[in-house]
Design a protein around this ligand. Structure first.
Ligand code: GDP
Length: 402
C-alpha cells in the first residue's frame, strides 16, 4: 500500500499527529518535500515531539523513516532532533535513512533568507527564515551542496569556496566556517543512502509519503508568491523520490477551520476578538517560529480547489473539538469575485478580492452532537469526498474512524 498524507490548507492541519496515528499500519514514513521549516507536533500523552525533519512515524513502534531528495536538510537541526530522541531513550540510527541527493541548508542560506525578507519590507513573504527558499534556489542555480558532496572533502571545500564567493559578490554575505558543517555531516553520515539503494525496499513496503505545509502553499499551485519553496502538493511525491511510484490512496488532512502563517490572501480570515478567540481555543501559534497564526472559518471554495489539484480521495478532519461550545459555526461556501459567483477558484491570483458567502451552522457541545454530524455531512456532500477519520484532540490516540 502506498499512501500520501498531505495538508489541504495552508499547513498546520495536524498532519504530524494523523500520520503518526496511521503509521502503525505501515513500514516506512517518507518525507518528500520541505525542510526544517516544517513543525509537526505529536502529543503522545506522557511526552510530546515536534518533528522538523524526521518523518512522523510512531516513535514507540518499529517503523522506519526516509528523507528523500525532495527535502532540503539542515544538518544542525537534524542532528539535534536525533540527539533529543536519543536522550529520551529512542535510538533511531537503524530506523532513518536520508537520500544522498538531498541538498544541504547552509548557514548562508539562513542569512540570505532573513536579508531578503527584510529588504522586501511590506512585501515580505513571511517565511520561517530557515533558509529553505535560498537552499532550493541554489539547487536550481546548480551551486547547491548535496550530501553526496561530503564524500570528497577536498572537492567539497572547492564547492563551498565557489558558493561563498558568489554570496559575497551578489549579497555581501560572508561565511567560512566550513568545518562546522563538515562535523555536522560526520555525525549523521551513517544514515545516508543513494535513492536506488532503498528503492526496492520501499517498493516492497507499505509506505506513507508525508507532505509538509499544505497544497495552498505549493510553489506552483499555491497563493504565489506567498508560498513555500517546495512542492507541497501530492505531485511532489515522485519528484521528491526521484522516480515514478504508484499511489493507492491520497489522504488530505484539513482543519474544521482555517489558519495561515505569514502573509498572503486569506478570504475567510477573522480579525479582532473573533480571530483571537479561535487562536486561543486552537492554540494556534507556529510550532517552528511561535508566531501567532491567522485564523478564519472553513473555506469550501479553497478546499474544493485543493481536492481538485491533489487527487484527494479521502479526508481526515482535525480540530473540530476546538469549535465545540461555540454558539454558531460558519463555513465559506462561495466567493463573489468582481460580481462573479465562484464555487471553486480556477486559480488563486484574485482570491484576495473575493467577498465570501457563508452558511451558518448551530454550534455543537461535543463531537457526538447531531449538529456536528450535520456539519461533516455538509462538507462531504459539497466536496464529494468522504471524511474517513475525525481527529478529536491533540493526542495521537484521539481519533475516531467514521
Ligand atoms: P502539522 O504541521 O500539520 O503537523 O500541524 P502542527 O503540528 O503545526 O499543528 C497542529 C497542532 O494541533 C498540534 O499542536 C497538534 O498537537 C494539534 N492537533 C492535531 N489534531 C488535533 C485535534 O484534532 N484537536 C486538537 N485540539 N488539537 C489537534
Amino acid at each position: 500500500m502506498k499512501t500520501v498524507c498531505f495538508g489541504l490548507q495552508w499547513g498546520d492541519e495536524g498532519k504530524g499527529k494523523v500520520t503518526t496515528y496511521l503509521s502503525k499500519d505501515y513500514d516506512y514514513i517518507v518525507r518528500y518535500s520541505g525542510g526544517s521549516n516544517a513543525g509537526h507536533t505529536v502529543e503522545y500523552g506522557d511526552f510530546k515531539l515536534i518533528h522538523h525533519l524526521i518523518p512522523s512515524f510512531d516513535i514507540r513502534k518499529d517503523i522506519k523513516g526516509y528523507i528523500s531528495n525532495g527535502v532540503v536538510v539542515d544538518l544542525e537541526v537534524l542532528n539535534k532532533e536525533i540527539e533529543e530522541l536519543r536522550k529520551m531513550g529512542f535510538d533511531i540510527s537503524q530506523r532513518l535513512w536520508i537520500s544522498k541527493l538531498a541538498h544541504v541548508v547552509l548557514p548562508i542560506h539562513k542569512i540570505l533568507d532573513e536579508k531578503m525578507e527584510l529588504s522586501r519590507g511590506e512585501r515580505a513573504v513571511g517565511t520561517t527564515k530557515r533558509g529553505i527558499g535560498p537552499a532550493y534556489a541554489d539547487r536550481v542555480h546548480r551551486i547547491g551542496i548535496r550530501l553526496a558532496d561530503f564524500e570528497n572533502i577536498d572537492e567539497l571545500r572547492e564547492k563551498l569556496l565557489t558558493i561563498t564567493a558568489l554570496y559575497k559578490e551578489l549579497y555581501s554575505i560572508e561565511w567560512e566556517e566550513y568545518d562546522e558543517v563538515i562535523e555536522q555531516y560526520e555525525d549523521m553520515s551513517s544514515l545516508i543512502v543513494s535513492p536506488l539503494e532503498i528503492k526496492t525496499e520501499l517498493e516492497n513496503s507499505n509506505v506513507i509519503f508525508e507532505g509538509t505545509q499544505g497544497v495552498l502553499l505549493d510553489i506552483d499551485m499555491g497563493t504565489y508568491p506567498y508560498v513555500t519553496g517546495t512542492f507541497c502538493n501530492t505531485t511532489g511525491v515522485e519528484s521528491g523520490l526521484g522516480y515514478v511510484t504508484k499511489l493507492d490512496k491520497r489522504i488530505g488532512i484539513f482543519k474544521a477551520y482555517v489558519t495561515r502563517v505569514g502573509e498572503g490572501p486569506f478570504p475567510t480570515e477573522l480579525f479582532g476578538d473573533e480571530g483571537e478567540m479561535l487562536r486561543k481555543a486552537g492554540k494556534e501559534y507556529g510550532a517552528t517560529t511561535g508566531r501567532p497564526r491567522r485564523c478564519g472559518w472553513l473555506d469550501l471554495p479553497l478546499l474544493k480547489y485543493a481536492i481538485e489539484i491533489s487527487g484527494c480521495d479521502e479526508m481526515i478532519m482535525t480540530k473540530a473539538d476546538v469549535l465545540s461550545g461555540m454558539e454558531k459555526v460558519k463555513v465559506g461556501v462561495r466567493y463573489d469575485i468582481d460580481g462573479k459567483k465562484v464555487e471553486m477558484p480556477s486559480e488563486l491570483s484574485n482570491i484576495g478580492r473575493s467577498q465570501v458567502e457563508y452558511v451558518e451552522f448551530n454550534g455543537w457541545k461535543n463531537l457526538e452532537d447531531k449538529e456536528f454530524d450535520h456539519f461533516t455531512k455538509f462538507i462531504e456532500s459539497e466536496t464529494g469526498v468522504k471524511i474517513t477519520y475525525i481527529s478529536t484532540g491533540a493526542r495521537v490516540d484521539q481519533i475516531t474512524k467514521m
